[in-house]
Unconditional design. Structure first.
Length: 628
């Protein structure tokens, strides 16, 4: 999983409890009403399109923005909507900016949703002109998987309610898309037509910037295409995160222009082409005594059939303990047959079924004879078809030149609802886009950050109040964590900046996102195996340590008999033992050796010892005889 996405999920989950009252309109600061944007609209060119969604009624909204009502037929010939998702016109409730600031809001989750708007006039980008696309996206619920990108369409459809959003008649796709383990980037897709083959192909931006869908505040996405020098620029919140030239090699995948030469599709490998590096030795001769007909396994000639064996006894018999169920109907279910079990006779000398001798390996078996492999003297390497001029080759020198854009649409699937879209700008002026952003996004973002800071400060103060600062508590818990004055959001930002500053990690993330999903699964599985293995080893070592088992100490003493030497200095003397016995009222008994035998011990070569066994007869003391 992308570390930034994981961080955002943790951060968003932390905010959920604190921000929850906002759903009911309980805010911490005053949010002014949305300012009149008519003055802003008057400063924009008539060729530009600007949408602030400040409609006076729902009817006016659905008249301008058409929700898809296209139906599709299923296999069972039933009909249902192809894009059943809902759309709403409402003000965001989570960390809001302006009050009564209406926006386009996704009203459904876990389903495909589509909505479109037909432009009053076409927008085309000619030589030395620019195309600028800009809009706002705001999350209000944690997004596990979903897109928030916009399509610029080239369609002649009059009724957008019946328009098939699955069609590929879009000019470009731009916007964020985030799906855990799969993608987390700002899409920039150009659809280009090959004028020779008349086929369209999607060109995906390589090393796209991260989506930025990781905060509960509004994000501003801007795309700039300049046909003067065929350059492009992607901005998030007004800051450039990706820039380059559309014609540069490696900018798009697949390449913007097809290869000049291709392999000849009509060519075929010659029959005498030496593509094999090793061949059977042509001079090798099969030995005369080599018999390929000998089987690998043969019946054991020493294994004879027992005289008691009865081949007529069936190997399986019906289970007499099972009877036909009461519900069984022979007409419906057929003739009832009891289940078979192994015949008990199979476990006796009589046996059961056809007798089969034991099979053993055939000593004469040699298998199929094969000549020894030798290097091919005529080896020519791997055959490759000759290159020819690509009949469909063309050079797209003006990818920033865009044909007529007639409509814009949102066609997305999302795991979370309540994603809001606002302040859409499509035009040819960077200055106009910046004017829109400065007039709408920046003041809105300032209010959102203030609301968020107050929320986090309140959550922080509640955490501080919950800390027991009494002297008794401090004595009991001298190592209790101290609450930092910085809020939780600052922690998230700090960690986020640390991750972004690590170029190695960013390079790995960019590479990992390009890896095929199958190999991603292998890498993640291997990583999990290593983690689980290390965890199990650590747990096992802890359990052994808790039981006092030390594998690092030498085990020679436990495996080999230790040589015993007569060392009287280490133990108590005989006189001492006698004195101790006398003090306890016990007298040492007298003893007599009856027999004695010495046995030579032969075990480990390093320790050859002798064991002396003595049989001793003991006589009790005088006090014992009196007791008896």
């Amino acid at each position: 999983m992308n570390p930034l996405l994981l961080l955002s999920q943790i951060g968003f989950g932390t905010l959920a409890v604190a921000i929850n009252p906002m759903v009911k309109g309980d805010y911490r600061i005053e949010h002014p009403n949305m300012t009149d944007l008519s003055d802003l609209q008057s400063k924009l060119s008539s060729d530009s399109y600007f949408e602030s969604f400040q409609y006076s009624s729902h009817d006016e909204f659905i008249h301008n923005w058409v929700i898809s009502e296209l139906e599709m037929e299923h296999v069972d010939e039933t009909m249902s909507r192809a894009f059943p998702g809902l759309w709403k016109l409402e003000s965001p409730y989570l960390v809001p900016g302006f009050s009564n600031d209406l926006a386009l809001v996704l009203g459904s989750s876990q389903t495909r949703s589509a909505i479109a708007h037909k432009l009053d006039h076409e927008i085309s980008v000619k030589t030395k002109e620019k195309l600028v696309v800009q809009y706002e996206v705001k999350l209000q619920k944690m997004l596990e998987c979903g897109g928030a990108y916009m399509k610029l369409l080239k369609t002649n459809a009059d009724d957008l309610s019946q328009y098939d959003h699955s069609a590929d008649d879009y000019v470009l796709v731009f916007g964020p898309d985030s799906c855990s383990m799969y993608t987390n980037e700002v899409h920039f897709i150009l659809k280009r037509e090959n004028p020779i083959s008349e086929e369209f192909e999607d060109k995906y931006l390589t090393e796209a910037p991260l989506s930025g869908l990781d905060q509960p505040i509004t994000r501003l996405y801007t795309l700039i295409l300049d046909s003067a020098d065929q350059s492009f620029e992607i901005r998030i919140d007004g800051e450039v995160v990706k820039a380059g030239n559309l014609l540069a090699e490696g900018t798009f995948r697949p390449s913007l222009n097809p290869p000049r030469e291709i392999e000849d599709p009509s060519a075929s490998q010659p029959a005498d082409w030496g593509s094999r590096s090793m061949i059977p030795d042509p001079t090798a001769i099969k030995p005369e005594d080599w018999d390929e007909n000998e089987p690998k396994w043969i019946p054991d000639p020493m294994f004879k059939k027992p005289e008691e064996w009865d081949d007529s006894i069936s190997e399986y018999i019906e289970d007499e303990s099972r009877s036909k169920p009461d519900w069984w109907n022979d007409k419906v279910d057929g003739r009832w047959i009891a289940p078979l079990i192994v015949n008990p006779s199979c476990y006796t000398k009589q046996g059961c079924g056809k007798w089969r001798p034991k099979m053993v390996e055939n000593e004469k078996y040699r298998g199929t004879w094969k000549a020894e492999m030798i290097p091919n003297p005529n080896y020519q390497g791997e055959w490759k078809a000759p290159l020819i001029a690509n009949p469909n080759y063309y050079e797209d020198k003006t990818p920033a030149n865009i044909d007529a854009i007639t409509a814009i649409s949102f066609d997305i699937w999302s795991s979370a609802s309540d994603i809001s879209f606002d302040n859409i700008y499509v035009g040819k002026s960077i200055e106009e886009a910046e004017l829109v952003g400065n007039s709408t996004f920046l003041p809105k973002l300032s209010l959102e950050k203030k609301e968020l800071e107050v929320v986090m400060e309140k959550a922080h103060s509640e955490d501080v109040n919950e800390v027991d600062t009494s002297e008794e508590s401090s004595k009991k818990t001298p190592y209790k964590n101290v609450v930092d004055k910085e809020n939780h959001l600052d922690y998230l930002k700090l960690i986020d900046e640390k991750i972004k500053s690590c170029k190695t990690l960013q390079t790995f993330i960019a590479w990992f996102l390009q890896v095929d999903d199958l190999y991603k699964g292998f890498l993640i599985s291997a990583f999990m195996v290593v983690v689980v293995s290390i965890s199990c080893m650590g747990m096992l070592k802890f359990l052994m340590w808790s039981q006092g088992i030390d594998l690092s100490s030498s085990s020679n003493a436990s495996r080999k008999p230790k040589k015993i030497e007569n060392e009287t200095s280490d133990g108590p003397s005989a006189n001492t033992v006698t004195e101790i016995a006398a003090s306890t009222g016990y007298s040492t008994p007298s003893s007599k050796v009856i027999s004695q035998r010495t046995i030579q011990l032969q075990g480990d070569s390093d320790f050859d010892e002798e064991l002396e066994i003595s049989i001793v007869e003991e006589s009790g003391s005088a006090s014992d005889s009196e007791d008896k």
